[in-house]
Write a protein that binds this ligand. Sequence first.
Ligand code: NAP
Length: 242
Amino acid sequence: MGKLEGKVAVITAATSGMALATATLFVEEGAYVFITGRRQDVLDKAVKAIGRNVTGVNADSSNLADLDRLYETVKKEKGKIDVLFASAGFGEYLTLDKVTEEHFDKTFNTNVRGTLFTVQKALPLFNNGGSILLNGSIVSIKGFPAFGIYAASKAAVRSFARTAVVDLKDRGIRVNVLSPGPIDTPALDGLGGDKSQLEALVPRGTMGRSEEIATAALFLASSDSSFVNGVELFVDGGVAQI
Ligand SMILES: NC(=O)c1ccc[n+]([C@@H]2O[C@H](COP(=O)([O-])OP(=O)(O)OC[C@H]3O[C@@H](n4cnc5c(N)ncnc54)[C@H](OP(=O)(O)O)[C@@H]3O)[C@@H](O)[C@H]2O)c1
């Protein structure tokens, strides 16, 4: 029997990278998953790759009307949510002197506003005893060059989890942050930095794989972590721990 047998999971921004690997694993473990992404062709491909027990919803996590449409679909198809992995995030390198309003707004709209409303709008459908995971980052506790706005946004995500735990305690809903280190996904290609520099930060000398985030997400989503609440779980090969 799978660890998520009969559970309904919503995973945002799951058309690639770690959230796609997580959706794939959750289905293997018995869940039905709803995944989102903004490009329809990429979304269709991800749905096909997962293959069964999956619905794709074209939705931008920074757009509140899209989030409403996502949850209307979940309500119509399954009527409940047991697990939410809010994984949509945006980052780009800009040093402090180059930060613009547009850069700030885009980063905070997706990572902070989008994450908050992804959680809030899921609550009416959430089963008591469910599990919420927020995708953070090791940058919440680090100062990497030219990454200040992204880092501040992920620190805000980490903060939300603390309050959400107490706001949701009467419903037994757990809220944890999964904070990856450098994971080899298309997002890193988009950043345009030197990957070998990131690898050099990792004690084992290679970046993480999306599947290594998926197994940590499964732990936080399932009853294996029933007494784990409000933590920031760093899945970073040790980068931010040494
Ligand atoms: N990779 C890393 O090293 C790393 C480290 C720490 C934290 N993170 C965090 O991990 C999360 C996922 O990263 P990843 O590296 O796995 O990403 P990824 O492989 O680039 O995949 C992200 C997917 O999400 C979709 N997406 C992006 N923005 C979206 C939005 N606003 N609404 C809905 N879908 C959206 C994209 O498809 P569309 O463009 O079609 O929407 C894309 O296919 C982010 O929160 C990121 O900040 C990543």
